[in-house]
Write a new protein. Sequence first.
Length: 175
Amino acid sequence: MSDPVQELQQLKGIGAITAQRLVAAGLDTFTAIVESGEEGLRAISGINPRNIPTILEQARALAGPTKEPATPAGPDDLKVMVEELRTVIQKIATAARDRFPEELAGKIGHKLTRNMVAGLDALYAIEELLEQRPKRSRKALVKALKRLSGLPDGELTEVRKGLKRVRKTLERVIS
């Protein structure tokens, strides 16, 4: 097997020094990078946060076939995912209200509410499009669920930005 540092340099956005940092952190294979996810890559200094999704995508392609977690495929299963996503968004709203009562009265609270309502509206629209666009809907729902995992524990600005990303992901399906 070749040198892991050279192998990791195949990824666009990873130079020699960043590859050495990845290997030092135990991320010496493409599979290890994929398993570490966004949070694992954010912990490595020298990686531009904007490049992380691209790096993960390239690593997935180079890692070869991996076992994907079973995700629902039929329209009924997609409806279950929509309900789950709706529940997660509501839990995030409750957690934010309990943790940040003063901050929610300001501008950040207004933005958070706007993104939450727009995200829920997009979910209702997706629910109507499930049969017409099942693949696109499934992909967006899976991505949205991944983005929402761990959000209730973050700071208010992280929660707001996370909900904004989820809203944009869901709105792409209906546009």
